[in-house]
Design a protein around this ligand. Structure first.
Ligand SMILES: *Cc1c(COP(=O)(O)O)cnc(C)c1O
Length: 501
């Protein structure tokens, strides 16, 4: 014991030191400091990373399912504290790795699928069909058939889908399990616009019409749930939507539809940063820069959604809100605690014996992934900025929003390169492998306290939710990044099953 103790302390301080220098060696100007999970910067991970990138090539995605399970458990705990019957259906389009499906299944959760291949893969992982929903935006006959044959619930988006599902299920002589996707909720005096789902004011007349004119259509369908998924991360909008759905559930039950659940979709918010101050300061300075009152913070003074018109700025940030104060389980708790009828939304669900379902993707992948890429070149622009070329393209850490507003980390090369590092304090931009002028991996200017060398690794933290896979492409015939799963028992990384031929 006596000899163990000082060594343990030494290891901790050494890892703290690595941890700090990984951050200070690559920092935004100004910094947007990433929230990290211990596994991401554990000495065991860092010491293997160069070897793994050598073996599997750059960029490389590393994932870990423990934080995923922790995030899911936190949601179940909230529901349990309100005694609400509750199930998570993980929206797997947010990350393609099968490890997350297995992890969700091991907890008894369901999976939300968005395409025929996603559905088949989930069925192949032995997830039972009553734990699968299909919310694909457009559904081919082959997909509808696969849902009906497997017993997967289809979230029906429109009248054509409803009729085609009914026809198919008559042909297959098998009832289809369906839920109705609803939209057009009133909120704050406005109707929330959406391209998805049936308008809440039109769905009952439509069903009454069908009951009269085509009763056979409805007989082949087992309508057991109502569903919505809203754009954005507003808690208040979801509370409005649930308050409008509960009376609809009552009316559907009056019409003899056996409604068992309401499904509130995803969009649970998360934070990539700990510091609200950093986040606000970044935007404050960025706005000054766009008005030419300050050095640009972004590549060619990119607005990130804001635009200068004379002496003012118009538009909205076109980026995920990387810092949010109310997130995940606390945000969810606020929904269940919201007032409704004489009690809360939770008590209204209990009273109706309704199951509450949700389909989070991004937020339950918080803490579950990193993307590592190798530095191949450095060159200085005539204005002094450095361009750091990485073996990676921008679809490999990108969503539909303008930028990844989280500082990457830097791990120096293991072997000394014959080419010297750039000078300490070098600043500039990370550039990618697609041959367009706009191919930047981060639009923000970064500073490298100890310079940058060939063979250094840049780590993009917390990329499991969407960033790794949502937009990844194979342009120029680059192969897709490999995905490795962390096994904490052995400290080893192995290919995710999605990589199997
Ligand atoms: C994308 C999507 C989700 C997941 O949304 P997150 O923002 O990742 O939580 C859930 N349900 C549907 C229908 C979706 O399209």
């Amino acid at each position: 014991m006596k000899t163990m103790e000082p060594r343990a302390r030494e290891e901790v301080s050494q890892s703290d030191q690595t941890h700090t220098s990984m951050r200070t060696d690559c920092q935004g100007m100004p910094p947007l400091t990433a929230r990290l999970e211990p596994w991401m910067t554990a000495p065991g991970t860092i010491s293997q990373l160069h070897r793994l990138v050598q073996e599997y090539d750059s960029p490389l995605n590393l994932i870990h399912t423990d934080p995923f399970l922790r995030n899911i458990d936190a949601l179940y705990q909230v529901a349990e504290s309100h005694q609400v019957d509750f199930d998570v259906y993980f929206a797997r389009k947010a990350n393609k790795c099968l490890a997350f499906i297995d992890a969700a299944h091991s907890r008894g959760c369901g999976i939300d699928t968005a395409s025929e291949n996603e559905l088949h893969q989930v069925l192949e992982q032995q997830v039972p069909s009553e734990k699968i929903i299909c919310t694909a935006a457009v559904k081919s006959e082959a997909l509808l058939q696969a849902c009906i044959v497997s017993g997967t619930t289809v979230a029906i988006d429109n009248p054509d889908e409803l009729s085609r599902t009914a026809l198919l299920s008559a042909r297959l002589d098998r009832q289809a399990e369906i839920a109705l996707r609803i939209s057009g909720f009133q909120h704050d005096g406005h109707k929330l616009p959406s391209r998805f789902g049936f308008d809440i004011e039109k769905i009952l007349p439509l069903l009454r019409d069908l009951q009269q004119s085509a009763p056979n259509t409805l007989q082949t369908l087992n309508l057991t749930g109502v569903h919505f998924h809203l754009d954005g991360y507003s808690q208040a909008q979801r509370i409005s939507a649930i308050r409008q759905l509960l009376p609809l559930v009552d009316q559907l039950r009056d019409m003899q539809f056996p409604i068992r659940f309401i499904d509130i979709g995803g969009g649970f918010p998360m934070s990539y940063l700990d510091s609200e101050t950093e986040w606000n300061e970044f935007w404050m300075i960025h706005k000054q820069a766009l008005l030419d009152r300050q050095e640009p913070l972004t590549w060619q003074n990119h607005g990130l959604g804001l635009q200068r018109v004379e002496d003012r700025l118009i538009g909205k940030p076109h980026c995920y809100p990387f810092y949010q104060s109310l997130v995940q389980a606390d945000w969810f708790n606020g929904i269940l605690s919201a007032l409704y009828e004489t009690g809360t939304i939770a008590s209204a669900l209990r009273k109706r014996t309704l199951q509450l379902r949700c389909e989070p993707g991004r937020s339950i992948l918080d803490g579950c992934g990193i993307t590592a890429a190798r530095v191949e070149s450095r060159k200085q622009q005539s204005n002094g900025d450095w361009l750091i070329g990485l073996s990676m393209n921008r679809t490999q850490c990108r969503t539909s929003s303008d930028d990844f507003l989280v500082d990457p980390l830097l791990i120096p090369a293991m072997d000394e390169s014959p080419l010297p590092r750039t000078p300490p304090g070098t600043s500039g931009f990370l550039t990618g492998a697609y041959c367009t002028e706009s191919e930047l991996l981060c639009l923000r200017k970064l500073q490298f306290a100890r310079g940058v060398g060939i063979g250094d690794l840049i780590i993009f933290p917390n990329t499991a939710g969407y960033f790794m896979h949502f937009l990844e492409s194979r342009s120029h015939q680059f192969p897709l990044a490999k995905n490795l799963v962390y096994y904490p028992q052995t400290g080893e990384y192995h290919l995710d099953a999605i990589e199997a031929p």
